[in-house]
Design a protein around this ligand. Sequence first.
Ligand code: B12
Ligand code: SF4
Ligand code: SF4
Length: 296
Amino acid sequence: MDNIGFSARTISVEHLKDLREDIEGPRREGEMDETFYREDLASFRFEVPAELPDARTIIVVARPQPALMVLAHHQGRVRPLTVPPTYADSAEVTAKALEALNDAAGPGSYRFVRAVLPLKTLAARSGLAMYGKNNIAYIPKFGSYHRLTAFFTDMPCEEDQWQDREVLAGCDSCQACVRECPTGAIPRERFLLRAEKCLTYLNEKEASIHFPAWLDPSAHNAMIGCMRCQKVCPYNRKVLDWTSLRGELSEEETALLLSGRWSGEEAKALEEKLKGMGLDLSVFPRNLVVLLEDRE
Ligand code: B12
Ligand code: SF4
Ligand code: SF4
């Protein structure tokens, strides 16, 4: 898989209970916001999938991915908008990973079923990635610019790579992400992110839900998500300029996106255009409004 740009590691399904404990332990200790847990973590499935009852191995895969740039024409100006790595091409990465796994295993010899599991934990527990203090997973050479995915397979687990989670060596003397985070989501006093404060959590919510009053509008810096703790990180120095320009939005298209009225023929055409850029209309919620209009 290395030859086509993927990195992969394997863990035995025996560790599903340990993986669950990595998530449930901090929850039991009261370190996790319950609403966040219900919304984002309760859907993990820490069991062998019904469609592959003889699964023996979990394969976790990382594929380097650039940040994206979209040029939005708005009120006579061209505004470059960043879409962080991993918000695009998710189906393509999964399909390519599956193809590569099938090729590596020999067509038809083993089955692969997508795993609904905590991917950073899997990557860190297999040694594929290390945690940054910002709780993001880093791989060699590409830092945090990569997409993770995982599969169950009936392939025997010849190498169970389960291990202790590791932190990047430079974090102790750095802490730049702690200082840069606009919402105080990266705590000094503990490792686990305060996910419920993270700008990404706040701006991935539905358009009808208002941003909390304490959030400074100038915190917004990307079309979706937030790039601050990744941009400031020295482990991303080599990938910071790795950006893929995906196209432009006309004044009319930007206005339609901002209006939030995403039905009818025009919206359909915009949806198709975004799809062509590898993006999805559903990933452009209300922070676009704050980003374009509050900072004129
Ligand atoms: C829920 C979720 C979120 C939530 C919560 C994030 C979080 N840190 O938990 C929100 C909405 C805030 C979010 C934000 C982002 N996300 Co997100 N998210 C997820 C999701 C669905 C689950 C993550 C998860 O399991 N969280 C639960 C917590 C408990 O797990 P954890 O973060 O790994 O925490 C562990 C560490 O704290 C560790 N730990 C605790 N103490 C200690 C002590 C030591 C010494 C060590 C070493 C470790 C350690 O143990 C914890 C549990 O194992 C995954 C997809 C998936 N299926 O996994 C994507 C995913 C993790 N997200 C991703 C991305 C890209 C992001 C953003 C970068 C998006 C952006 N802004 O551009 C931000 C990053 C924010 C951040 N600083 O973490 C990518 C990760 C890419 C990467 N390189 O890491 C994923 C894998 C999606 C994907 N397929 O690409 N996300
Ligand atoms: S910015 Fe510094 S402290 Fe934060 S993850 Fe990167 S190296 Fe670690
Ligand atoms: S993504 Fe933004 S808000 Fe979330 S932890 Fe990183 S810097 Fe803070």
